[in-house]
Design a protein around this ligand. Structure first.
Ligand SMILES: [Mg+2]
Length: 417
């Protein structure tokens, strides 16, 4: 199936963010770097500064010599990362398949969104408007049937054309991409350009038009036998072949939420001793899941037990009918998993894990129970605890002698205050 992939790139990313944050710099040449070190490096320059000859990676002193009124602003990396995540969120309103490629470049697979938004060009324009309005960054968008063509459309055309949008397709690659010199091909730098020149290959089309076997032979003759994989890669790139999918959720996705504790076995002998603690562990797992914004579909209980002579343990999991982080939905499952597999010996360890996580932005509603209301209620309790401390609101079961909520709160206060 033909896919429609966009590659969106933020123009002069750091400099554009700083320009948006410093309205007094409007129209002025702005660069990001350390203003106190003339030997430091320019990390980014705005288009006005670039017109005046300032280039990325040159020395601050050299840039100031060319452009004395250059405003040099100290970098704020944490801010740039936050803006990058904000842009990811904007993209996620068009498709759930967004793959950050670098801090200012992201791939979007919009194949499934075309029916909703009209066309790839329209999505590209909407993206440009929304990114500009919410971050001050101008996005340039390349469109293609796969990632490699979308990327080359961005780098070779969208960045150089006034509208900032360009498409490479099977139909136009021969006329649009192939006449370009080889160094404009993705992943080809100076050294490779020289190799290709020696092989008589000067344009991207020179590589694309060669039969793959012949190209491999020429590469081998120049670069040795181990060059076959590289040859295949360059040949596919020149021909716009790239089966790799857009992989979403690359940004530090959480895969597992767990909480557990080592226990004094003399204390945790009966289920009445164990249950209050089990509930506390589960509440903590749920609270973390809500804070990160993930629901889980698989819950696991692991326990170790001993009577001082015999020891054993188990780890069992259960898949739920729908993802959740609601305490009452999980507690009955955890309880029955434990009671089914526990041999009845005193406990030395108990661990609860939530996996198969999915974002909590959409979840299954229930005809008989108002899940949205329950979620709001549990989040309200979370907010109270966040503000007034972990013991501001507790379950009555945490008053049991084997519960640990109070003790833990004091310990953590003692250790980390
Ligand atoms: Mg950029």
């Amino acid at each position: 199936m033909e896919r429609t992939i966009l590659m969106a790139d933020g123009q002069s990313f750091y400099a554009s963010i700083e320009k948006a944050a410093h309205p007094e710099c409007r129209g002025k040449p702005v660069a990001v770097g350390d203003p106190t070190r003339r030997s430091g490096i320019i990390l980014a320059a705005c288009p006005v500064a670039k017109e005046r000859g300032v280039t990325t990676a040159e020395r601050v002193g050299e840039a100031l010599a060319k452009c004395p009124d250059l405003v040099v602003i100290r970098p704020r990396m944490q801010t740039y990362i936050s803006v990058s995540l904000l842009i990811t969120e904007i993209f996620e309103s068009f498709t759930d398949q967004v793959e950050p490629y670098s801090i200012d470049e992201q791939f979007l697979d919009v194949t499934g969104s075309l029916a909703l938004f009209g066309s790839a060009e329209r999505i590209a324009r909407l993206i440009q408007t929304r990114v500009q309005l919410s971050t001050g960054v101008c996005a340039r968008v390349g469109i293609g049937p796969n990632k490699i063509l979308a990327k080359m459309a961005t780098d070779n055309f969208a960045k150089r054309e006034p509208g900032g949008i360009s498409e490479l397709s099977r139909a136009n690659i021969e006329e649009k991409l192939w006449p370009l010199p080889v160094h404009r091909m993705f992943m080809v730098a100076g050294r490779m350009t020289a190799h290709f020149a020696r092989m008589g290959l000067h344009t991207i089309g020179d590589i694309a038009r060669l039969e793959l076997g012949e190209f491999k032979r020429r590469m081998r003759a120049r670069m040795g036998r181990q060059s076959d994989i590289q040859a295949e890669y360059y040949w596919q790139t020149a021909n716009g072949i790239d089966p790799s999918p857009v992989v979403s959720g690359m940004r530090s996705q959480i895969k597992i939420i767990n909480h557990g504790r080592a226990l004094k076995w003399q204390t945790y002998r009966t289920f009445a001793d164990i249950e209050p603690l089990m509930l506390e562990l589960l509440i903590e797992v749920c609270r973390r899941a809500r804070r990160y914004g993930y629901m889980g579909r698989v819950v696991a209980v692991a326990a170790a037990e001993t009577d001082g002579q015999r020891s054993s343990g188990f780890g069992r999991q259960m898949t739920l009918p729908r993802p959740t982080y609601l305490e009452h939905e999980l507690s009955s499952v955890v309880r029955s998993l434990f009671l089914t597999h526990w041999k009845g010996l005193p406990l030395t360890h108990l661990h609860i894990t939530l996996t198969d996580l999915s974002r909590d932005e959409c979840y299954q509603l229930d005809l008989f129970e108002d899940r949205s209301r329950l979620i709001r209620r549990e989040k309200t309790v979370d907010a109270i605890k966040e503000r007034f401390g972990a013991t501001a609101v507790i379950r009555a079961s945490s008053l049991a002698p084997t519960a640990q909520a109070f003790e833990r709160a004091v310990q953590i206060g003692g250790h980390f205050a």
